[in-house]
Write a protein that binds this ligand. Structure first.
Ligand code: CAA
Ligand code: NAD
Length: 296
């Protein structure tokens, strides 16, 4: 039984990238009040446009035979959505949950949570969507640890059913249970994870993606053939290069470099030149229009 005081209704999502956008969409579709925090008005406006497109897609699927019902669905979801460019403009005292979905950089995440801790109420839960850090490293500068957990969503959030709910050493039962129920309310299937780097999925997925790049670098097979082989040979929905472009090559590089630094002796996490080159050229995958492949 969840303590009434930990019911999650007012959520702040920090980050207007792939993940912040997707998490905001599924939350407002589930009737949660969401404030998205972006760094600029421009980013907020473009995020709102992307969420509107996602909602229209979702509405079309749910109410295929009524355009009127589709419009009402989109409108009513958008009524739950607000934006801010400054934390000072948000009623943080009323926020039940803050989901951090900003760049995979430990110092930047630590600073955000430290800034937030000074202004939120005691009941507010902190969750990070980190792909690769341990919670204890993200939260190490905070006074409280019992309200801190991981909510690891998958990209594209509206389509991916899983959320890894990560429990830190000191996460309270109440907070953990509230987050588990929150994911179910969003229509997701939560799984329990301990505080290990990469949790379940990424600890298995990232070495596979790195290996695919190293295979292409060695010239053992062409990129397009590796993608075709993994799609048709294992029924994966995307080949590894398509998936790398989808995740974002900058995010992949942050993860790989971080793990290589952490486990310098582990062959699995040795970076690869192909990834470094594309990132240095600003080819970050689908989100910038080019990565391993080009996108319209
Ligand atoms: N917004 C809303 N809904 C979407 C969507 C989006 N951006 N993309 C897909 N969907 C929905 C569709 O509406 C559709 O739903 P129904 O089955 O209920 O009708 C379903 O997803 C399938 O979509 P499509 O038929 O249009 O497209 P598809 O069959 O080509 O699938 C895909 C698209 C879901 C992205 C599929 O290619 C896929 O699953 N790819 C693998 C994605 C993956 O592995 N993600 C995890 C990345 S790792 C990660 O996220 C963790 C990390 O920390 C890096
Ligand atoms: P993204 O590149 O699409 O967006 C990054 C966001 O961080 C943007 O809103 C950007 O404005 C913001 N940002 C960048 N530098 C910042 C700074 N110095 N201070 C504050 N904000 C800053 O990235 P994303 O894919 O949305 O990833 C966000 C988080 O989610 C990362 O921790 C990532 O590891 C994790 N994640 C990513 C995926 C994925 O497949 N892309 C999946 C699960 C989790």
């Amino acid at each position: 039984m969840i303590n009434e005081s930990l019911k999650i209704q007012n959520v702040v999502i920090v980050g207007t990238g792939l993940m912040g956008t997707g998490i905001a969409q599924v939350a407002i579709e589930s009737g949660v009040n969401v404030t998205v925090v972006g760094r600029t008005e421009e980013k907020c406006n473009s995020t709102k446009a992307k969420i509107s497109t996602g909602l229209a897609r979702s509405a079309k699927k749910k109410f295929a035979d009524s355009e009127e019902t589709q419009s009402k669905y989109v409108e009513s979801a958008l009524a739950n959505l607000e934006f801010a460019t400054d934390l000072a403009d948000i009623n943080l005292a009323e926020s039940d949950l803050i989901v951090e979905a900003i760049v995979e950089n430990l110092k930047v995440k630590q600073k955000l949570f430290s800034d937030l801790e000074r202004v939120v109420s005691d009941k507010c839960i902190f969750a990070t969507n980190t792909s690769s850090f341990q919670l204890k490293d993200v939260s190490c500068k905070l006074g409280r640890q019992d309200n801190f957990a991981g909510l690891h969503f998958f990209n594209p959030v509206p389509a991916m059913k899983l959320v890894e709910v990560v429990r830190g050493d000191e996460t309270s039962d109440e907070v953990y249970d509230a987050l588990f129920s929150f994911c179910q309310r969003l229509g997701k299937t939560p799984v329990r994870c301990k505080d290990t780097p990469g949790f379940i999925v990424n600890r298995l997925l990232i070495p596979y993606l790195l290996d695919a790049m190293k295979m292409a670098e060695r010239g053992d097979a062409e990129i397009k053939d590796i993608d075709t082989a993994m799609k048709l040979g294992t029924s994966y929905p995307m080949g590894p290069f398509e998936l790398l472009d989808y995740i974002g090559l900058d995010t992949m590089k942050f993860i790989v470099d971080g793990w290589h630094q952490r486990y310098p002796e582990d062959e699995k996490f040795v970076p690869c030149a192909m990834l470094d080159r594309l990132v240095s050229e600003g080819k970050l995958g689908k989100k910038t229009g080019e990565g391993f492949m080009k996108y319209d």
